[in-house]
Design a binder for this molecule. Structure first.
Ligand SMILES: CC1=C(/C=C/C(C)=C/C=C/C(C)=C/C=O)C(C)(C)CCC1
Length: 297
């Protein structure tokens, strides 16, 4: 993952703005969307493992209703929806990164996930604050100042540092401290050198979507292999196709205006993110609890 990240950094130096944007859309729509495209099968498999029997059709209905609710929320209270989206995404990124490496009590675990993931997101927002202000303004009609991103980043950083230090002192964190710190440094450099979209994309695809895909394969098929990946592709293809077509539908409707497209991409991501975070949180807890299906301990 480090090699792919450095390669991404190298690409960001060489590619022009247009090529960076195209590469980012391609990566987000391929791996990014793919890692959320199997959610209905995942919740079905999870329920079966827990002895609950419901048809896939019921899950599809609940899933679609959830997406409809999120879209309505974005329509009626866009700012509130955006805040909820960012908070939940922070938690989700943190959970993916730390799930197998920490042993806090459940509440403090959730706080740590949230602080870590939100810290990463606010690094992106702070470094690109002018662009982010425009995008958030376009979605919600509210313009937050550059100071706001700076202050929130510092606050999150301080809280994270305190909990991290306590976790180390009390032995709740099983990881290489300097490596994790180095990673945060690398992320900062990437966000600073690449465009907003490519910076987010490098983190989202390499450090979130790919590890999540591997966890899902292990959960669904008990192994990580080329064969399991093909099975995964087969079962998620239809959902992936519908999502990508949905995105292009929005694109055709809104035109090729880059600003609009980024806002559309965010609302689109948000709609599939809410149910995805819920499902993945169940799955990660299951993977951690069941040592036989745990990935890389
Ligand atoms: C608001 C905002 C952004 C945040 C995107 C987020 C928060 C995405 C989360 C995606 C998830 C969690 C997907 C599912 O796994 C961007 C794109 C950086 C651009 C600037 C404005």
């Amino acid at each position: 993952m480090i090699v792919a990240t450095v390669f991404g950094l190298w690409l960001s130096v060489f590619l022009g703005d247009r090529s960076e944007a195209i590469l980012s859309y391609v990566l987000i729509l391929s791996f990014g969307v793919l890692h959320g495209a199997n959610d209905i099968d995942l919740i079905g498999a999870y329920a079966r493992k827990r002895g609950i029997k419901k048809s896939n059709f019921q899950y599809v209905i609940v899933y679609l209703l959830t997406i409809l609710c999120i879209w309505s929320l974005f329509y009626v209270y866009p700012f509130l929806a955006l805040i909820a989206f960012v908070l939940i995404s922070g938690y989700h990124f943190g959970e993916q990164h730390w799930n197998k490496k920490i042993s806090f009590a459940p509440f403090w675990k959730a706080v740590f996930y949230f602080l870590y993931g939100s810290f990463i997101l606010f690094m992106i927002f702070y470094v690109n604050n002018e662009q982010v202000q425009v995008i958030i303004g376009e979605i919600s009609g509210i313009k937050l100042s550059g100071q706001f991103y700076r202050f929130t980043l510092i606050l999150l950083g301080l809280l994270l540092a305190v909990q991290w230090a306590l976790g180390l002192l009390l032995g709740h964190l099983k990881h290489q401290f300097f490596f994790e710190l180095f990673l945060l440094g690398i992320f900062y450099v990437i966000f600073k050198t690449s465009s907003l979209l490519l910076g987010f994309c490098i983190y989202f695809v390499i450090w979130h979507s790919v590890p999540s895909l591997l966890d899902q394969m292990k959960f669904l098929y008990g192994e990580i292999s080329g064969k399991a990946f093909l099975k995964y592709l087969k079962s998620s293809f239809i959902y992936w196709l519908i999502s990508v077509m949905g995105f292009f539908g929005i694109y055709l409707l809104l035109g090729s205006d880059d600003g609009f497209l980024v806002s559309a991409l965010i609302c689109f991501l948000a709609a599939i993110t809410f149910p995805h975070v819920f499902i993945m949180s169940r799955l990660e807890k299951y993977l951690k609890a069941d040592s036989k299906t745990d990935v890389g301990g």
